[in-house]
Design a protein around this ligand. Sequence first.
Ligand SMILES: Nc1nc2c(ncn2[C@@H]2O[C@H](COP(=O)(O)OP(=O)(O)OP(=O)(O)O)[C@@H](O)[C@H]2O)c(=O)[nH]1
Ligand SMILES: [Mg+2]
Length: 291
Amino acid sequence: MKATVVCGLLGSGKTTFLMEALRQTKERAVVLVNDFGQMGIDGEILSVEGVPTIELPSGCVCCTLRPDLLNTLSRVIEGTRPDHILIEPSGVASPSGVLDALNDSGIMRISVVGILDATEFLDMEESGMYGRFLLDQVTQADVLLVNKADLAGEPLTSRTVSRASALNPGAVVLPTVMAQLAPSVKLPFGTRVSPLDSPLDLPHFESFAVRLPAGAGLDQVVACFEQMIGGAYGDIVRAKALVQGPSKGFRVDLASGRVQHSGLDRFIDAGRVVVIGRNLDTDGLSRAFSP
Ligand SMILES: Nc1nc2c(ncn2[C@@H]2O[C@H](COP(=O)(O)OP(=O)(O)OP(=O)(O)O)[C@@H](O)[C@H]2O)c(=O)[nH]1
Ligand SMILES: [Mg+2]
């Protein structure tokens, strides 16, 4: 049995990578996903691919949820015995913390995919805003995807690839669009010793989550997310929603400072919105998404 840990900051493209990887694989796979925020969204998006997906409760798998991660792993290992366990920690988990927890799981073959958002990685590093936490995202990866190359453009993507290679000379570093790896790129699997010598400071964000009222439309959610980019409702770094349209569900994302939406080719269980950031105007958000 082997495990892949897919790391990256909020909205960098972790779920996008998993969807493509799951489409390509013929292995018996199970996904463990740990969304930031009280209402999971990624689990439902991933289950569209027909792969068993287990949502870990809200919290961080590298610290407070460590026992939940280990219990879930042992249930999966003893129960369905898949070939491959793919883990998407939340965008505020430290890869070292997750690897440290995996050390106790008995899984010997582990690969870490790190996803960097090419539109913002260099600015973030220069600002020092995430300190050692950001460095950990880069240095623990076996394969680093410098993602969103289409949005960043060639010069910025190349500079980000160079910087990532300098920070982690042992990693395979590749520019990607939609976190898509060529099938010829094989992930390396090996044992990983615990890299944690001292705990990392994790970024702290607030989150707001709400069920959408029946009849809430895609246009309303998109408009509200657009206002967030303009500074409404607080300092928002990530927002995501599942919205039921007349004949199918839609996902709406605010990431990398832009709003995108796409159809899901199926109905969704319950429309919901999750907003992540600082200084959130929760009253304003409640009003914006009320009937
Ligand atoms: N244009 C563009 N959009 C991308 C790319 N990769 C991902 N996205 C979009 O970015 C948004 C966030 O992608 P996700 O895969 O959900 O990101 P994530 O890291 O799983 O997000 P969290 O789990 O919330 O931290 C979605 O709207 C994706 O379609 C890319 O290479 N180019
Ligand atoms: Mg995700």
